[in-house]
Design a protein around this ligand. Sequence first.
Ligand code: FAD
Length: 385
Amino acid sequence: MHFFEFTEEQTMLRKAVREFVEAEIAPKAAEWDEKDECPVGLFKAMGGIGINGVFVPEQYGGGGMGFVGRSICLEEISRHSAGLGIAMMTHHLGIYPILQYGSEEQKKKYLPDFCSGAKIAGLAVTEPGGGSDFSGQKTLAEKKDGGWVLNGRKCFITNSHIADVTILTAKTGEDEKGRNKLSTFLIEKEAKGFEPGRKEHKLGLRGSVTGDLVLSDVKLAEDALVGKEGAGAKIGMEGIGEVGRAGMSAICVGILRGCVEEAVKFANERIVYGKPIAKLQAIQLEVAKIRTAYEAARLLTYYAASLKDNGKPCSNEVATAKYYSTEAAVEASKRTMDLMGGYGVINEYPVGRFLRDALASIPSGGTSHIMQVIMAANTLSSFQA
Ligand SMILES: Cc1cc2nc3c(=O)[nH]c(=O)nc-3n(C[C@H](O)[C@H](O)[C@H](O)COP(=O)(O)OP(=O)(O)OC[C@H]3O[C@@H](n4cnc5c(N)ncnc54)[C@H](O)[C@@H]3O)c2cc1C
């Protein structure tokens, strides 16, 4: 990708996804939000047009469109349903460790089904002891009888109750300084002792399932490991740091575009003093601020995704994009509500949902505090203009 330009292929992808979203997602997004219902059945249709495996190479049934392509899909879905956006983004997050670190057998066995929508994936890292404390995980995987036995609890897990396959990190030992050694496991939903627990009742990103996963003496074969034993910290942090947060950023670009489009529509249609409020300079200033936020978030997000596609380090750029896009989406949806006067708080309009979805996007994948900690560390150690 050029810095500011999408390729012809990427433009065609956007057009195809947008047509699908406008027909299949936009009309039902408010209902999924109200009923907090995840449209699981839609995964096969989304697989059919190449969204599920958009960044997966064609040899495994994917679209080979990289992470810029993936951001396009998430932006388009989340323009209308950020709830479904995070369900899809987490499906991608479950796919990534297998694609990047899995054995050839794992890739051949799972990736085609993930791409087609026959199977749904998830990634479970967070525990009740604090999502920010990634290395402090307590879920334990012990070697027994040539396999593994896992015990513990994960919380706040997207797709918890709908995933057919979950990629999960667990403690498999300690290093010489007493720090946790983590490993990554692949667990199918049928595994004995592996159950979804409580389901969260969320403020936003409704229409995606978020809940606990409980592991009680779950026995896994030796080959349930994804990547090498002890590589869980690297695999988990790379997935969350480069794929999860990038996805949340793209979701918020979708919310921001929704704000621009809804603000323009309302400002042109609402007549006060006998003319559209779009003629009022105060309203024009709001539109300009919302537009600026959308353009800035979009540039940060697609730039970070293009670094990933080019095999360059990107966790700092992804953190920057996630921090900016999520916070900007909160502010822009509040501005859009203000611009709409009383109508802004009426649920017939989607902007209240945009605000709730944007607020829920801030902790998902790592809080704004953590994004700032990452950016500060990078800036203080190696800033170069
Ligand atoms: C909708 C949703 C979906 C999610 N989906 C998934 C998923 O699919 N898989 C998964 O594994 N997890 C998922 N999460 C979990 C998410 O990653 C965590 O919520 C997030 O990492 C924060 O962890 P916590 O909620 O435990 O907050 P805590 O870690 O308990 O943090 C509490 C507060 O302390 C601050 N804080 C913590 N450490 C620091 C620090 N070093 N410096 C400054 N401030 C700090 C935080 O910013 C926050 O304000 C999801 C969360 C949500 C809300």
